[in-house]
Design a protein around this ligand. Structure first.
Ligand SMILES: Cc1cc2nc3c(=O)[nH]c(=O)nc-3n(C[C@H](O)[C@H](O)[C@H](O)COP(=O)(O)OP(=O)(O)OC[C@H]3O[C@@H](n4cnc5c(N)ncnc54)[C@H](O)[C@@H]3O)c2cc1C
Length: 466
C-alpha cells in the first residue's frame, strides 16, 4: 500500500486528507498528516475570537476527531528529502526521526511576515493563531481592569490605547471587532465611562504603509471602510510606517508618537521557512513552492513525480485571472478548493487518469468590521453595513468544516443575543499554580497582587484550627 504524507493539517492539508478519506478505496493508500498542532485553525473566525463572539476552541477543528481514517503525527517537519522520499519530524518531546513516504503533499501554509523594527518582536503580537487571538482579547480586557483603578493620566491612556499595524484583510477585521468590543466594554466600567474618559483616552490606531486599506476591495468601498472606522472614533494612519515600538512607545513615519499597551502585527504573510530553506523541491524567488495548475509540484514542462502542493505555501498559476503569470492569492477560498482538487487529482493519477487544472473564479470578498457591521464586494456589487455582516456570518457558518463545529458556533452566536458576550480576562491561566501555591504555603512571598490579598493569605494561615 502506498503512503501519502501530508505536511501541515491546516486548510489545504485538512481538506486534502478529508477528501482522500472519502474517495480512496479501502487498502488503496495510507494517509498521514504531520502537524505540530492537533487541529486545523479556522482563521476567518480569529477576529471574532478577539471580540468574544466565537469561542477560541470553536475556531480549532480537531484533526483526530474529523479525520478518522488518517494517521495523525504530532510534530513539525524540519526537512523534506524528496530524493529519498523521507521527511524529518521533530516531535514536541523526544528526538527527531525520519518518516518515509511514497507521495508527499506540502500544505504547510505561510508564516507572519516580520520586519526589523525596534520593539516589534518584544511588544507586538501576531493574529494568525488561536493563542494569539486569545492573548489579544485577554490583554485588552486586563488593560481595562487595570485602567479602571487608575486616575486619568499617561499610564491609564497607554493601557487604553490599541495599535494594529497592517491594514489588510485580517488586520482590518481584527481592528473592527476589537474596537466594537472596547466600545461595548466602556459601558461596563463606570470608572472609565465618566466624562473624564475623553475620546483621546480610549484610542484605537490602524497603521497602514499604503494610501489605502483592504486592498481586496476596490477604492470606493475601501474609502468607505476608513470613513466608517473614523466615525467610530478610530485613527486610521495611511501612508504611515511604524518606525519603532520600543517600550510600547509607537513612533510613526508621519511624526506621530503615542504609547500603546497593545500592538497587534498584521502585515501579511512570508514564506514558510521550512519550505523556503529545507526541501529539495523547487521553489520560486519568494520562497514559495513551485506548483503547476494541476497541483503537482514543478513547472509546466517538468512535474516532480509524487509531489503535490497547495495553499499559502505554494505559487500556483491563477488560470481565472485576466492577466497571465499571476498566482492564486493566499486565502481560504483557494486553499479549500485546492485541497479538494488535489485529493481528486492525486487519486486520478493513482488510477492512471489525468489530473485536472485548478481554476477558481473568486466568490467575492466579505469582511466583518465589528458586531453588526461588514462589507461585501463581488465585482461592482458592493453591500455595506448590517446586511454585509449577516452575509459574513452566514458564509462562515456554512464554510466552517463539519456540522459539529457549525452547531457549536451557531449556539454561541444565539446565546449572545439575550446574554451578550463574556467579558472576563483569563490571563491567569498562564500561571495556573499561583493560587494553589499561595494556599499550600501561606508564608511564601506574596503573589504580587494587592495588599488586601496579602492580608487574607496571612490571616488564613495563622488562624487557629478548630
Ligand atoms: C485572521 C485571519 C483571517 C482570515 N480570514 C479569511 C477569510 O475571511 N477568507 C479567506 O478566504 N481567507 C481568510 N484568511 C486566510 C486563510 O485563513 C489562509 O489563506 C488559509 O488558512 C491558508 O491555508 P493553508 O492550508 O495554506 O495554511 P494554514 O491554514 O495556515 O495551515 C498550515 C498548517 O501547516 C502547519 N505547519 C506549518 N509548518 C509546518 C511544518 N514545518 N511541519 C508540519 N506542519 C506545519 C501549521 O501548523 C498549520 O496547521 C484569514 C487569515 C487570517 C490570519
Amino acid at each position: 500500500m502506498r503512503t501519502i504524507l501530508i505536511v501541515g493539517g491546516g486548510y489545504a492539508g485538512f481538506y486534502t486528507a478529508w477528501k482522500l478519506e472519502k474517495k480512496l478505496r479501502r487498502g488503496e493508500a495510507r494517509v498521514i498528516v504531520v502537524d505540530p498542532r492537533p487541529y486545523m485553525t479556522y482563521q476567518p473566525f480569529l477576529p471574532e475570537v478577539l471580540a468574544g463572539s466565537v469561542e477560541a476552541r470553536h475556531a480549532a477543528v480537531s484533526l483526530r476527531r474529523h479525520l478518522r481514517r488518517t494517521e495523525i503525527v504530532a510534530g513539525r517537519v524540519t526537512r523534506v528529502d524528496h530524493a529519498h522520499k523521507t521527511v524529518t519530524v521533530r516531535p514536541a518531546v523526544g528526538a527527531e526521526y525520519p518518516l518515509e513516504y511514497d507521495i508527499i503533499v506540502v500544505t504547510a501554509g505561510a508564516v507572519t511576515r516580520t520586519l526589523a523594527i525596534p520593539g516589534v518582536t518584544e511588544h507586538a503580537i501576531g493574529m494568525k493563531h488561536v493563542e494569539e487571538a486569545v492573548a489579544i482579547r485577554d490583554r485588552m480586557l486586563t488593560a481595562f481592569d487595570q485602567a479602571a483603578g487608575l486616575p486619568p493620566g499617561p499610564l491609564r491612556r497607554k493601557l487604553l490605547t490599541v495599535t494594529f499595524v497592517g491594514g489588510g484583510f485580517s488586520g482590518v477585521e481584527g481592528f473592527g471587532e476589537l474596537l466594537a468590543l472596547a466600545k461595548a466594554l466602556v459601558r461596563r466600567y463606570p470608572e472609565l465611562s465618566s466624562d473624564e474618559l475623553s475620546s483621546d483616552e480610549l484610542s484605537f490606531h490602524l497603521v497602514e504603509a499604503r494610501d489605502r486599506i483592504l486592498p481586496e476591495v476596490s477604492d470606493k468601498p475601501g474609502e468607505w471602510v476608513v470613513r466608517s472606522l473614523t466615525k467610530r472614533g478610530a485613527h486610521v494612519h495611511l501612508n504611515a510606517h511604524l518606525l519603532s515600538a520600543s517600550g510600547g512607545h509607537v513612533v510613526l513615519s508621519t511624526g506621530e508618537e503615542f504609547d500603546s499597551e497593545l500592538i497587534v502585527w498584521t502585515v501579511g504573510n512570508a514564506a514558510n521557512p521550512m519550505v523556503h530553506n529545507h526541501t529539495d523541491l523547487p521553489i520560486d524567488g519568494r520562497g514559495m513552492l513551485l506548483v503547476r495548475p494541476d497541483l503537482r509540484v514543478g513547472t509546466e514542462g517538468a512535474p516532480v513525480p509524487e509531489a503535490w502542493g497547495a495553499g499559502d505555501d505554494a505559487a500556483i498559476p491563477d488560470l481565472a485571472a485576466e492577466r497571465p503569470g499571476v498566482s492564486t492569492v493566499p486565502n481560504a477560498q483557494h486553499a479549500v478548493r485546492q485541497g479538494k482538487l488535489l485529493a481528486r487529482n492525486l487519486i486520478a493519477t493513482l488510477r492512471g487518469r489525468e489530473p485536472r487544472p485548478y481554476v477558481h473564479h473568486s466568490l467575492g470578498v466579505v469582511a466583518t468590521l465589528g458586531l453588526g457591521l461588514g462589507i461585501f464586494q463581488f465585482h461592482r456589487l458592493v453591500i455595506k453595513g448590517f446586511p454585509a455582516w449577516l452575509m459574513h456570518r452566514g458564509y462562515h457558518a456554512l464554510a466552517v468544516p463539519t456540522w459539529e463545529r457549525k452547531v457549536r458556533v451557531l449556539a454561541v452566536w444565539a446565546t449572545a443575543v439575550p446574554f451578550g458576550r463574556d467579558i472576563v480576562s483569563l490571563t491567569s491561566v498562564q500561571h495556573p499554580r499561583e493560587a494553589f501555591l499561595a494556599g499550600a504555603n501561606p508564608r511564601m512571598p506574596e503573589p504580587a497582587e494587592t495588599a488586601d490579598a496579602r492580608v487574607d493569605i496571612v490571616t488564613a494561615g495563622d488562624a487557629p484550627r478548630s
